[in-house]
Design a protein around this ligand. Structure first.
Ligand SMILES: [Zn+2]
Length: 458
């Protein structure tokens, strides 16, 4: 079965991948793979060295006539994540991975396959060892101990590399090319309110917005799904205006990077307005279903009886709160002008929760253009400051992440790689990858290569 692996196409890549599977290389046990890489370079007359951080750097001169081209650095990492099934007897420090071909897939028998990032190394070696590919000056950077803290990358000394363009080959999705990473910024808004006794002759309702699909706010924001917090507050504001609804408490959304799927509020309605309120909720439910038709067909808005709360918000604070949420920017703010279908700037009002005289809100702003992110943060700050809230874009510069402005004149995008990436990939995701490795991403293979029974498209 191992023979099959080497017969896959492109053959040179699979031959190298097969060799790599034979070299044990869990993080922190990387001497063997480093020696393999240096030996490969030696065999093929490629200049190579290992640096103090354990990285391997290789250099191959341009093919004749291509010397003036920009230098390219191909990057991968040498270690792998060692995971196995409970009943598999296997020592990642000593045993070669048992890789085999199963139909359209290359799999490992009861362990991780190490395609992350064995395929990256295999592709690099295939290029370096080739004599039939025309290229400018090429360097390879194979970093050490990536999976447990990017030790090699962090330890790389300045001046080791000469190339201008670095192509990282540590990605799991075929046909996709990432040229940047959207930056994020947490915004927290806090309202204070007085707790007042409940008005006489009123009835308490639990208003519930449910059935929305939600999703990851960095990935699914482009789908224009409903935001449960905004749906809820829209109804609350309508009822405040029409009948003087009094808000007692609110609880919407959950994780800061999730589009909220559910939101609830306890509100009081004057008894003489009960019927009108019931009709308003029904009409609003129909309206929201119509607006979200085809996007969030499961949405429901209901109001049911609930026990009388101990207090309500003072009317002035409530009014400021409802106005601020109404004015809060949300969803896609700007699409990329140069990459069709790519969200450039967005925000998501993820969480709204009241407790003991304060309402806390959290939004996560994202943009691949720093200045747009900062402008959006300032807009949010303006709206909530006008409404009397305290706004804290948290963390300062340190906690913000993201790099690269894909709108800049980027020669990689204009070169050969872009059309290649666009051929098979999802064009919506060709451009910028949102960070968030903590969340298994839908339509992304990140989980698969960490699963014990990992598989790789053949
Ligand atoms: Zn990796």
């Amino acid at each position: 079965m191992e023979k099959n692996l080497k017969e896959l196409s492109p053959r040179r890549v699979w031959e190298k991948f097969y060799e790599i599977t034979r070299v044990p290389r869990p993080s922190h046990h990387e001497d063997a793979i480093r020696e393999y890489l240096l030996a490969e370079a030696h065999t093929h007359g490629i200049e190579a060295e290992a640096d103090a951080a354990g990285n391997v750097i290789m250099r191959k001169a341009a093919t004749p006539g291509m010397e003036s081209r920009k230098g390219i650095v191909l990057q991968a990492h040498m270690d792998m994540v060692p995971q196995k099934n409970g009943d598999k007897a296997f020592d990642f420090v000593r045993d070669p991975i048992e890789a085999y071909v199963d139909g359209e897939w290359v799999k490992a028998d009861g362990t991780t396959l190490g395609a992350d990032n064995g395929m990256g190394m295999a592709a690099i070696l295939a290029v370096l060892e080739s004599d039939d590919i025309e290229h400018g000056p090429i360097e390879a950077l194979i970093t050490a101990t990536e999976e447990t803290g990017m030790v090699g990358a962090n330890g790389l000394k300045g001046g080791m590399l000469r190339g201008d363009i670095l192509v990282n080959l540590d990605s799991e999705t075929e046909g996709e090319l990432y040229v940047g990473c959207a930056g994020g910024l947490d915004a927290s808004m806090t309202f204070s309110y007085e707790e007042e006794s409940v008005p006489a002759s009123s009835t308490a309702f639990l208003v519930e917005v449910k059935g929305l699909k939600g999703g990851h706010s960095g990935i699914e924001i482009v789908l224009e799904r409903g935001n449960a917090n905004l749906v809820l507050f829209r109804l609350l504001k309508m009822a405040e205006k029409a009948f003087g609804l009094r808000l007692s408490s609110v609880d919407g959304g959950g994780l800061r990077n999730a589009i909220p799927r559910e939101a609830t509020a306890v509100a009081l309605i004057p008894q003489e307005k009960l019927q009108t309120f019931g009709e308003m909720v029904k009409t609003f439910d129909t309206l929201i279903r119509a607006e979200l038709k085809g996007v969030d067909d499961g949405v429901t808005v209901t109001a049911g009886d609930t026990s009388m709360p101990a207090s309500v918000m003072d009317t002035e604070s409530q009014n400021r709160l409802l106005n601020a949420v109404q004015g809060c920017p949300n969803g896609v703010i700007r699409m990329s002008p140069s990459m069709p279908g790519l969200v450039q700037t967005s925000t998501n009002l993820a969480r709204v929760v009241s407790e003991n005289g304060t309402v806390r809100m959290q939004a996560l702003l994202r943009s691949s253009v720093d200045s747009e992110k900062e402008y959006l943060a300032e807009t949010m700050t303006s709206v909530f400051t006008l409404a009397g809230a305290v706004v804290t874009p948290s963390g300062g510069l340190e906690s913000q992440y993201g790099f690269a402005d894909p709108e800049n004149d980027d020669r990689i995008l204009r070169g050969a790689l872009r059309p290649q990436a666009g051929c098979h990939g999802d064009p919506r995701r060709t451009g910028v990858r949102y960070p968030g490795r903590q969340v298994p991403e839908p339509r992304h293979d990140l989980v698969r290569t960490y699963d014990p029974l990992s598989a790789l498209a053949g």
